[in-house]
Design a protein around this ligand. Structure first.
Ligand code: AMP
Ligand code: MG
Length: 344
C-alpha cells in the first residue's frame, strides 16, 4: 500500500514530513517533489534501501543514484569536497546542480552503481529540504518514474508509475523547472565536464569555472562498447509510447508541415502558443510561447505523458535551440526522439 501525503509546497506540515522521514529511516521508499522533478528517495547510507529503488523503478543497477543533502556543506559527510565544489556550491546551491565527487565509504556501492564517485545535489524545494533534514541522512533519489518513461513533474505522474510499489508519495504540487538537474564532473580546481544539461546553464557554469567542456556523449549517440562518463546517458529515456519526430526549419515551413500532418496522419503535436490558432485543436498540446524556454521545460514531460493516452501513430515537436536552457530541452527531446529529426 502506498500512502499519500498532501503538503503545502512552501511550508509543508511538520507532522506529515516526520511520518515520511520515519519511512526513510526504516529503509522505505518515499517519492517527494523537488524544483526539478519528483524524486524517489531512500536512505543513501542503507545498501538494502537503495536496492529497493532499482527494483521499484525497473532501473538497471549500473545506473547510479544522486544523493540529496539539505545543506551544501553536508557534502563533506559523504564525499571528498574540493575547492571547485565549494565555488559551485556558493554560486548555485541550493538549486538544480549535481556535482560528481569522490565518494566516502559511508555511501554503499549499490548507490553508485559500483563507481568510486558519488553524485551530490542540494535541492532548493522546501519539501525536499524538510524531508532530508527530518530524515537525518542524505537521501538517494533518482527520478520517481518507471525506468524509460518521462520523468514525473507532478504527483499524479508518480502515482501512475509507482502506486503499490513504494511506501509513500508526498504531493507538493507541480515542479517549477520540470527538467532534471544539471550534472557536472570536476576534472580540476577550475575545470568541469558537463554531463547532463539542466537549468544551471553552460554559460552560468562558465561564470564560475574557467574551463567547462561538454561531454561528447551529451547529445550524440554512443558508439558501440563505449562507456559513458555518466552511465545513465546510455539508456533510452523520456520516450512516449508513439515515436517522437522533431522538426527543424523555417517557422512557416514547419507550420505547413504540421497542418498537412493533421490532415493525413494520426498525430499529436507539441506546439508553441503562437501556432495554436493555425492548427486544429485535436491532439494539440501547447508547451509555451516560442521564446519561453522555461515554460517549455516545465511542460515538456507532462505533455509527453499526455500523448500516451492518445490514439495516434506519431508525435511531432519542434527541435529547440541549443542556447541557454535550450540545451537541456534539446538534450531531453533528442533522446526521447532517438535522434529522429526531419529537416524542412
Ligand atoms: P536520475 O536521478 O534519474 O536523474 O539519474 C541520475 C543521473 O546521474 C544518471 O544519468 C546517472 O548516470 C548520473 N550519475 C549519478 N551518479 C553518477 C556518478 N557517480 N558519475 C557519473 N554520473 C552519475
Ligand atoms: Mg531518471
Amino acid at each position: 500500500m502506498t500512502q499519500f501525503f498532501t503538503v503545502d509546497a512552501l511550508s509543508p506540515d511538520k507532522e506529515l514530513i516526520q511520518r515520511a522521514a520515519k519511512l526513510i529511516q526504516d529503509g522505505g521508499l518515499v517519492a517527494f517533489p523537488t524544483e526539478t522533478v519528483y524524486g524517489l528517495g531512500a536512505n543513501a547510507t542503507d545498501a538494502e534501501a537503495a536496492k529497493k529503488i532499482y527494483a521499484a523503478k525497473g532501473r538497471p543497477s549500473d545506473n547510479p543514484l544522486i544523493i540529496h543533502i539539505s545543506r551544501p556543506e553536508d557534502a563533506a559527510l559523504y564525499a571528498e569536497v574540493t575547492p571547485a565544489y565549494e565555488r559551485l556550491a556558493r554560486a548555485f546551491m541550493p538549486g538544480p546542480l549535481t556535482v560528481i565527487l569522490k565518494k566516502k565509504s559511508v555511501i554503499p556501492p549499490s548507490v553508485t552503481g559500483g563507481l568510486d564517485t558519488v553524485a551530490v545535489r542540494c535541492p532548493s524545494h522546501p519539501v525536499a529540504r524538510a524531508l532530508i533534514e527530518a530524515s537525518g541522512t542524505a537521501i538517494a533519489a533518482p527520478s520517481a518514474n518507471r525506468s524509460g518513461s518521462p520523468s514525473p513533474t507532478a504527483a499524479q505522474h508518480v502515482r501512475h508509475d509507482l502506486d503499490g510499489r513504494i511506501d509513500a508519495i508526498i504531493d507538493g504540487g507541480a515542479c517549477e523547472i520540470g527538467l532534471e538537474s544539471t550534472i557536472v564532473a570536476l576534472t580540476g580546481d577550475d575545470e568541469a565536464v558537463l554531463l547532463r544539461p539542466g537549468a544551471v546553464t553552460y554559460d552560468a557554469l562558465c561564470c564560475v569555472l574557467s574551463h567547462v567542456t561538454l561531454s561528447h556523449t551529451l547529445n550524440g549517440a554512443l558508439s558501440e562498447n563505449e562507456r559513458p562518463l555518466s552511465p545513465g546517458m546510455k539508456y533510452k529515456h523520456y520516450a512516449p509510447s508513439a515515436p517522437l519526430v522533431l522538426l527543424d526549419g523555417e517557422e512557416s515551413a514547419v507550420l505547413r508541415y504540421l497542418q498537412n500532418a493533421q490532415r493525413t496522419e494520426r498525430c499529436a503535436i507539441l506546439c508553441y502558443a503562437e501556432e495554436t490558432d493555425s492548427l486544429s485543436p485535436e491532439h494539440l498540446l501547447c508547451v509555451g510561447a516560442r521564446e519561453d524556454l522555461a515554460a517549455q521545460s516545465a511542460s515538456l514531460f507532462a505533455a509527453l505523458r499526455q500523448t500516451d493516452g492518445m490514439n495516434i501513430d506519431v508525435v511531432y515537436a519542434h527541435l529547440p535551440t541549443q542556447d541557454g536552457l535550450g540545451l537541456a530541452l534539446y538534450n531531453r527531446l533528442i533522446r526521447a526522439a532517438a535522434h529522429t529529426v526531419k529537416y524542412l
